[in-house]
Design a protein around this ligand. Structure first.
Ligand SMILES: Cc1cc2nc3c(=O)[nH]c(=O)nc-3n(C[C@H](O)[C@H](O)[C@H](O)COP(=O)(O)O)c2cc1C
Length: 166
């Protein structure tokens, strides 16, 4: 399959881009009323080491994005392989995503999800619209690896574990 004109690129965009596997991150933050918010993203990336910056892209229809931006801080929870149900829960728009979810507050108040593969806690450094998404850049305030476990991978709409090739 190959798409080279505007209409077929639009039709095939999701299908082809799904071939790019990624780790899975739940971005958490606090909402203005104090309740926790969160959304699953595959677009999380490291950006800069000095200063330490990371970022992600949130669709501009995301109900979580306005709370993250107004809170000015977030925690990126890199999910472990056994957290695929959590990845689905946090990919449902608007639902009560924290029901039954174990978490503790990070230094900036954003939830650290129990059992995560890694945590990166950030203050928002910059955010700007790009296409139909918003790029959110965070300056890293604290980070850690809470447990030794395996990461969750998302590829072609399916969750996977990691296979090493050495
Ligand atoms: C594995 C996976 C990766 C995703 N990556 C992104 C992403 O990078 N950006 C985004 O806006 N949505 C992404 N989504 C979809 C959001 O999680 C989904 O739109 C969610 O409903 C947003 O919730 P909200 O509207 O409550 O903020 C992803 C979903 C899954 C399952």
């Amino acid at each position: 399959m190959y798409a080279g004109d505007a209409e077929s690129i639009r039709d095939r965009f999701r299908e082809v881009l799904a071939h790019f596997g990624s780790g899975v991150v739940v971005i958490t933050s606090g909402s203005p009323d104090g309740s926790p918010v969160g959304m699953t993203v595959g677009s999380f990336t490291s950006i800069s080491i000095e200063p330490p910056l990371v970022g992600f892209f949130a669709g501009n229809t995301s109900t979580t994005l306005p709370s993250v931006v107004s809170n000015g801080a977030f925690c990126a929870n890199v999910l472990a392989e056994d957290q695929h149900l959590l990845a689905r829960t946090f990919a449902r728009s608007g639902a009560d995503k924290f029901a039954g979810v174990e978490w503790t507050a990070s230094m900036n108040g954003s939830p650290r999800l129990a059992g995560a593969h890694a945590w990166i806690e950030c203050t928002i450094d910059d955010h700007r619209p790009i296409g139909d998404h918003e790029l959110v850049v965070g300056r890293v305030d604290a980070l850690g690896v809470p447990a030794v476990n395996d990461p969750l991978i998302f590829h072609r709409s399916v969750f996977h574990g990691l296979r090493a090739h050495r």
